[in-house]
Ligand binder design. Structure first.
Ligand SMILES: *Cc1c(COP(=O)(O)O)cnc(C)c1O
Length: 242
């Protein structure tokens, strides 16, 4: 196999981009009257070669997100993951649950009782508790995973009864929008629902994490209460799919 040689210019770009994204998050937080420390930056690493991910980690990235189980398991041994939190953010099929439980710190893409049951079953077998977020399909798009908002409470209550799963909050991917105003409305609706559900204090769940905002819209997400922004291309450049 050909050895992969890191491109110096690209390493430099990752450094510049990472620092720029960090300071944009900070500015957006301050502008919104929030403490910048309350917003975590997740480096989204799908399709990114390990050397660039390690560069981001070296720069301080302490949270990474991967979409696909196979891809993550294939590259995790090349990553310097000491002190780094790993989240699965892509759609998860029940038949892959066995492979990922215990490998990541959180699964952000839980959107059905069936999937939750399987995570619970595998976690129990492995003697673990798996932290999860519930993915909400805020724009009600057929093309996206996630549950509709009106199904959320019922799903939360059902999963809250499972011993080896711990719900920590919500995740969403809004529709692609033409205007800032439109995206802002989705994020603000999402935040309102997050606060509403939090105030219900459902037994056995924490409602502290709201994961929303990506490269094109993270500032708007920060101004609407997000506390994890998931940023890929703004750090690592446009993705190449193999
Ligand atoms: C790819 C991906 C991201 C990051 O997307 P960018 O636009 O590259 O920042 C965030 N969240 C999820 C769920 C993704 O699949």
């Amino acid at each position: 196999m050909e050895r992969f040689i890191a491109d110096e210019a690209k390493l430099q770009a990752v450094e510049d981009n990472y620092k720029a994204v960090k300071s944009r998050i900070e500015e957006a937080a301050i502008k919104a009257g929030r403490n910048p420390k309350d917003v975590r930056l997740m480096a989204v690493t799908k399709t990114v070669e390990s050397v660039y991910i390690n560069k981001a980690i070296e720069l301080g990235a302490d949270l990474i997100g991967e979409n696909r189980v196979q891809e993550y398991l294939g590259k995790k041994d090349e990553l310097k993951l000491d002190g780094v939190e790993k989240h699965l953010i892509g759609h998860l099929q029940t038949n892959k649950v066995k492979q990922i439980v215990g490998e990541v710190d959180m699964i952000e893409s839980v959107d059905s009782v069936k999937l939750a049951k399987e995570i619970n079953r595998v976690s129990a077998n492995k003697g673990l508790t798996t932290n999860v977020l519930i993915e909400v399909n805020i724009g009600r798009e057929d093309s996206k995973s996630g549950i509709y908002m009106e199904q959320l409470e019922e799903l939360l209550i059902e999963i809250a009864g499972m011993d080896n799963i711990k719900i920590k909050g919500l995740m969403t991917i809004p529709p692609i929008c033409d205007t800032e105003k439109e995206i802002n409305e989705y994020f603000s609706t999402m935040y309102q629902s997050f606060i509403d559900i939090k105030s219900k204090n459902i037994d056995n769940i924490d409602m502290n994490i709201l994961s929303m905002g990506m490269s094109g819209d993270f500032e708007s997400a920060v101004s609407n209460g997000s506390n994890i922004v998931r940023v890929g291309s703004a750090i690592f450049g446009a993705r190449k799919y193999f």
